[in-house]
Structure formats: C-alpha cells, structure tokens
Design a protein around this ligand. Sequence first.
Ligand SMILES: NC(=O)c1ccc[n+]([C@@H]2O[C@H](COP(=O)([O-])OP(=O)(O)OC[C@H]3O[C@@H](n4cnc5c(N)ncnc54)[C@H](OP(=O)(O)O)[C@@H]3O)[C@@H](O)[C@H]2O)c1
Length: 368
Amino acid sequence: MTMTYYTLGNSGLRVSRLALGTMTFGKEWGWGADRDTARAIFDAYVEAGGNVFDTADLYTDGTAEAWLGEFIAERGLRDTAVIASKFTMNMQPGNPNAGGNGRKNIMRAVDASLKRLGTDYIDLYLMHVWDRLTPAEEVMRTLDDLVRMGKVRHVGLSDVPAWYAGRAQAIAELRGYEPVSALQLEYSLAERAIENEFVPFGTRHGAGIMVWSPLAGGLLSGKYRPAQTGNGRLDGFRNSTHPGFQKFTQRNWAIVAELEKVASEVGRSMPQVALNWVATQPGIATVILGATTLSQMHDNLGALDFEIPKAHRDRLERASRTPAPFPYSYFGSQIQARVTGGATTGDKPPNYVSPVLIEGESASVSTN
Ligand SMILES: NC(=O)c1ccc[n+]([C@@H]2O[C@H](COP(=O)([O-])OP(=O)(O)OC[C@H]3O[C@@H](n4cnc5c(N)ncnc54)[C@H](OP(=O)(O)O)[C@@H]3O)[C@@H](O)[C@H]2O)c1
C-alpha cells in the first residue's frame, strides 16, 4: 500500500492519513489487547508506513503510554514517530489538582507522560476534555510554555466546544503563543455533529482534525445487530449511560444497513468503507484506527486503497446526513439571495485555490 501524509493544520508536521490509537493497548479497561497483540498491531501499522501514534495519560491507566514508548524504543523509531498524548483526566482519587486543565495539572501531567513514554518530548500535546472551568488563556499560555521548554512540539484540543477552540486560537494568534494545530474529535457516519462548526473552523484557522471512533466504537464494522449480543466493546456498554458508547439507536441501525449494502457492492469490508468515507471528508488530517486484534488492523489499513464511487457515496450521505441546526438551517439560498441583492455570485473564480486549502494538500510518499 502507499501511505500518504498531510501537514497537520497550519503546522509543518507531516502526519500519515491513518493514525494508530492505543486506547486498546492493555486489558485494564476490560476490552483491550494483551502485550503481544498490541505489539503485532503496532508492527503492522509501522510496516504500512504509519507515523502517528495517539495515546493519553489515562489510557489503560498508563499502560498504553508505557507500551507505546517501549515499542517505539525497541524499533529505534523515536525520530520517525509522531507521538500525540493528552492531559486532563485525573488518576489520583482525592487530589483535585491531579486532573483538569489548570497550569498545575498540565505541568504535572506532561512530566508523568514523558516518564511513561520514555522520551524527552511529545510531538503533539492535547487537552483531552474541556473541564468547563479553566480559562483558555491559562491553557494556551501553559501549552506555549511547554513548547518553549522543549517538552512539546505542537499543541491541540480534543473534546471542546467550537467556541472554546475559536477563542483559544484567537488568543494564541494575538499573543504569539503556539497555535492550535489539531482538533481531536469524534466523527463517523454515525456521528456527524462536528461538520457544522469544527470543520469550517479547522479549515479556515489552521487546525487539522484527528478523527476518533471512526467506526463508532465498532458499530460500523457490522458485527452488532439490534437484538443480538456479541463479544465486542459495545456489548459491555449496553446498559451504561457513558456518553461515548450510546450507539444502538434506530438511526444508527439504518446507517449500518446502508453501509452493509454499499460495502458489498463496492467489494470492500464495512470497516474499510466507513474509514475511507471519514478520511476523505473535508478538513480531516488523520483518522485514528482502533483495533483489538491483528486481523482488524490489517483490514483497517486497507481503507485508503480505493475510492468510494460517487453514487455509493451519495447513498451513504443520504443515510447518515443530519439536519442542519440553527443558525446553519438559516443560511440557505433564500437568505443568500437577500445578502447578494439577487445577483448570482460564486465565492471565488473557478481557478481560485484558497491558501487554507493548500495547507491540506497531500504530499504523497510511497512506502513500497
Ligand atoms: N480524544 C478522545 O476523547 C478519544 C476518545 C476515544 C478514542 N480516542 C482515540 O481514538 C482511537 C480510536 O478510537 P476507537 O477505538 O473508539 O475507534 P473505532 O474505530 O470507532 O473502534 C475501534 C474498535 O472497533 C472494533 N474494530 C476495529 N476494527 C474492526 C474491524 N476491522 N472489524 C471488526 N471490528 C473492528 C474493535 O473493538 P472490539 O474488538 O472490541 O469489537 C476496535 O477496538 C483510540 O485508540 C484513541 O487513541 C480519542
């Protein structure tokens, strides 16, 4: 296969279009892979030309970072690897400053991650979740300090409201801090909410989107059925109220049914079609793959070797499209006609290429 690389947002960092997620490295959370399987998944990803490794301090209680650091060191890949890690989550019960996005926790968390990873810098350090409290000024100033200290190369935000991301980027630009290069967000055929705000923000203001749960936690693999239990991760959450795992809805079953038909007609697996769709949507820098077995990883690594024909893409679009909420529902042609005074105008001449779009152009690098 040929792995291609995009620059991440407005940064000069090149990231492969498929990233390796490590939330499944370790069995601490009940649904991950053992060490040998995790290493085999890592090896398969590296051999396919992937260079982005996504982890977090919290994942499998620290095991994910520790194994990732060991696997990278064993293969001598530190210079090649783009390590993304995150802070926010608290792993010290009773200590409120060992979590959240305040300066004290960020400084503590980065040192703990560096130690577990066995490295002296993190390529991309992300705020994991908005804590609904700490001002963006404090977060961006602290992240900038980490870049100047050499502990971090680039910075990003995950699971934040779009207004917060916009504010954080404006603060960084106006105060000369390291800008937000990446937004890490849930996106898939089953979860398209980011299209309204984050995609326009990211493409206009220099933040590449790293997609998490591109298979909706495994739902889009097709192995789940409405009235049938199996042994995948989502089965363990059928009675849970965790917001990340509520996937068994009527709407989602209809999407799965259409995806199954499309995949069969295109001659590809359902995960490959779902991953290809999300990777080729606007604004996407890289798609983070999750796997618990080597065969899943092999399947998923084939996701970019084909194109979804337009007619099939249109069918996926119709099955998964969500109605635009206000104010986006308000911006249609009737309002535009009032804006332009009825004159027919295009945004740009046909040969105009936006400088923002140039940032996302691919630099194709063949790996075999
Ligand atoms: N920033 C955040 O808040 C955040 C949140 C979540 C994840 N993430 C990152 O994103 C990564 C990916 O997330 P995710 O694991 O939720 O992704 P996902 O692709 O939606 O789900 C992956 C799961 O689906 C199943 N699966 C994957 N490939 C399959 C295949 N080919 N056939 C059948 N089943 C398959 C496996 O679970 P089973 O074997 O158990 O069925 C696998 O663990 C994580 O590792 C993490 O790095 C970030």
